[in-house]
Design a protein around this ligand. Structure first.
Ligand code: MN
Ligand code: MN
Length: 464
């Protein structure tokens, strides 16, 4: 009797892998492998847009085509859609993730030489812990647009033969005062995150004493020979410093995936894959990949821009639905959306910041955050329970393992996602995605089981 009551009345988060059958376990491993490849290759928002559009084209999607189409804005925002069986006035099913990640951007005039070493100055983008970025191999990814429009793409540090770069750290022997006695946030100042870039002086055919910075000049010579660049071209570069190398399996049982940029490319990957696999959806599927989330969704490729409205107006016009604000709101009021983003998994080493009862547990499935924000629920949208009940009921039916969670103790801090910007249109939206350990670090950790359940959850959502 007591046992029966315990079983029916008490909630307990279950580990996904205690619920999966052998077939699904195989599927999970296959998905993980594919994801590791994606994560190893795609490290910037531009690369993500390019990677996805190449696949879309292969699958018959065309830019601005009504039935199965996609739209790219400024090479950093992507939307793709599939028309549903129901009319647009019945609403859309939207999944929105973000494809920008915390990193070091090169400064506008980055190159300098000092005591026989050439460096590139950086300015970090997004919420990083600066000490994460020193003393590790780093790669350079990006694009330079030269005057006249020539586009130069750069990826250095990913192939085995490539050189890598690094930000040097101070040896412990001399770091006692300058680092050891400082607060963690101040021990490594942003201005010292300079990338070690070269160390060989330019060899002069004729002895030329006029060249003062021979190492800098040699570095520029290499850049010029390889990419046709001059020093002034740096101001036209979007060059990002990211951790070099591939994502990996982690753990003796290979439970986890470790790699850079899982916030939020794990959701970009799973929502994209789910989107491709859902054929003939009931409601029109619109899957969005936003930029600039990590710095507060500012800029014309972000969730705060009007780019999403443009997408919906495009579909309305193509479907001969008069594109009035009134009709737009009508469509939005029937629309259901998932803000696909990661959350913090409980790290048992830092239980003091977590609420064990409410925070996400690694391996327990896709984590649904009914609200985000920080103490007092400031700056966040909160999903309505009517919408949440609908979603969870459908996930139950289809065997999606989920956990409804919050992030951290009430007064410890918090974070936001794009959901509040989308909620302002009147649609229903909730945050969902896998929990991560070491979030915003160069080596973020996800659980394969959560990757799988996120993908499965997104697929069910797009179908219904
Ligand atoms: Mn995120
Ligand atoms: Mn983030």
């Amino acid at each position: 009797m007591t046992e029966e009551l315990e079983k029916t009345l008490i909630y307990e988060a279950k580990h996904v892998l205690e619920k999966l059958g052998e077939e699904e376990k195989k599927e999970l491993e296959k998905l993980s492998k594919e994801y590791i490849e994606f994560l190893s290759e795609v490290k910037t928002e531009r690369e993500c847009v390019e990677y996805f559009t190449t696949i879309l084209e292969k699958k018959g999607f065309k830019e601005n085509q009504l039935e199965r189409g996609y739209f790219v804005y400024r090479n950093k925002f992507l939307a793709c859609w599939k028309l549903g069986r129901n009319p647009l006035t019945e609403g859309l099913r939207i999944i929105v993730s973000h494809i920008d990640t915390p990193r070091l951007d090169l400064k506008l005039h980055p190159l300098f030489e000092e005591i026989n070493l050439a460096f590139l100055k950086t300015h970090y983008y997004g919420g990083i812990k600066k000490y994460h970025w020193v003393a590790k191999p780093l790669a350079l990814h990006g694009t330079v647009v030269k005057k006249g429009g020539e586009v130069v793409k750069i990826v250095i540090g990913e192939n085995k033969e490539d050189p890598v770069f690094t930000v040097c750290d101070l040896l412990p022997h001399l770091a006692k005062k300058i680092q050891g006695e400082k607060k963690l946030t101040e021990a490594i100042p942003g201005e010292k995150l300079n990338l070690l870039f070269g160390g060989i002086p330019l060899k002069n055919e004729v002895e030329n004493k006029e060249v003062k910075e021979k190492i800098k000049l040699n570095v520029l010579k290499i850049l010029n020979e390889s990419y046709g660049l001059k020093e002034e071209d740096f101001v036209l570069g979007e060059l990002q410093v990211v951790p070099a190398g591939s994502a990996r399996e982690v753990g003796i049982d290979r439970a986890f995936i470790g790699g850079y940029g899982q916030d939020d490319r794990i959701c970009a990957f799973t929502s994209f894959k789910a989107f491709l696999e859902v054929e003939d959806p009931e409601y029109t599927n619109l899957v969005l990949f936003m930029d600039r989330e990590e710095i507060g969704s500012e800029g014309n490729t972000s969730a705060k821009s009007r780019i999403f409205e443009k997408m919906v107006y495009f579909l309305m016009k193509e479907l001969k639905l008069s594109a009035t604000p009134d009709n737009f709101f009508e469509v939005m009021s029937k629309t259901k959306a998932i803000s696909a983003d990661v959350t913090a998994g409980i790290d048992p080493n830092y239980l003091e910041v977590h609420d064990k009862l409410n925070d996400a547990k690694m391996g327990c499935g896709v984590a649904v955050s009914r609200y985000t924000g920080h103490g007092g629920k400031y700056m966040a949208s909160e999903a309505h329970v009517e919408f949440l009940a609908w979603l969870l009921e459908n996930w139950d039916k289809e065997g999606v393992v989920y956990q409804v969670v919050s992030m951290g103790k009430v007064d410890e801090g918090g974070g936001g996602t794009v959901s509040k910007h989308f909620a302002s249109y009147g649609l229903d939206i909730v945050d969902a995605g896998p929990p991560l350990l070491s979030m915003h670090s160069p080596f973020e950790i996800s659980h394969k089981a959560d990757l799988y359940m996120t993908y499965k959850g997104f697929k069910v959502f797009l179908k219904i």
